[in-house]
Design a protein around this ligand. Sequence first.
Ligand SMILES: [Mn+2]
Length: 358
Amino acid sequence: MKLGFGLYKHMLNDEHYRFAKQCGATHLVVHLVDYFSHEKNSKENANQPIGDTDGWGSAGQGQLWSLEELLQLKANINKHGLELEAIENFDPAMWHDILLDGPKKEEQIELVKEQIRIVGQAGIPVFGYNFSLAGVCSRDIGPYARAGAESVGMNGTFDETPVPNGMVWNMVYDPNAPEGTLPRIDHEELWKRLQYFLDHIIPVAEEAGVKMAAHPDDPPMPYVRNTPRLVYQPDMYQKLIDMKPSPSNNLEFCLGSIAEMTEGEVHEATDQYSKQDKIAYIHFRNIVGKVPNYKEVFVDEGDIDMVRILEILHKNNFQGVLIPDHTPQMECDGAWYAGMAYAMGYMKAAMSIVTKGE
Ligand SMILES: [Mn+2]
């Protein structure tokens, strides 16, 4: 297993590549979508929700990330002695009608196919995605981690405000959409939309040598904002894998989200999916509680036995990358950086003990 680091779009620069390397990372997972319209928000807040009504800002224009662009990105990363392991998340502008079963669905599936071919040509092995209409939402921020460190969680309530037209996955793709909200659909309809996506994309990903990696729902509630969620119990991951068996159909395995689920057990789930070699990469974070009452905490103080997770992964010969996902913010000028560095130090030490330096 390998120690990686996740960087948001506005962090894709030499300073942050050095930071990742200084934290001990060998691999990077990058976001190419500019969430939070970053000029409005400090980079320290990049992993925090800014309010469900504002969303995470505007989606892009739906253009492909070009081969030149990706090769340049990769070269810049390689210069620092790091490997580019994965791109995390589609731009909602590129696939909103695939999620919504809208009129541009067929046009957009061709666009996504082309994107995956380009990712393969660039030699980027993994593409993470989150098949979700409402995206990450319904959480609040508070002094939830040790000694009052600020983090996110849920307090027994959840957001029932329907998603407005023109928005999906927390981002506005059409600011001129007619008034109104997304129609309510059931879980079966959402799985049908996923089936369409997998049927078209997985064969292309196979050919391109790219592993598609599905993130579970964050938070894993059956419904949020009047939209159904796809993977909100650990077994639903098995359904996703079984509906399109392929070496390219994999998981972006988020330990925190899985531990927040009301059914199943996160250590068992880790064993179940790593045994099948279905985990492309891991979001390594800890939590306390279950939806709709949970808190994100420091990596060493939650419900998950992180060392045991590493032992299970090692036993099952997991070869992929682990990244910290999000962490509580630490009380200092570099709140986000300190939180991340703390998680990375913990991960590096625990990994080296479990693998005995292999
Ligand atoms: Mn995650």
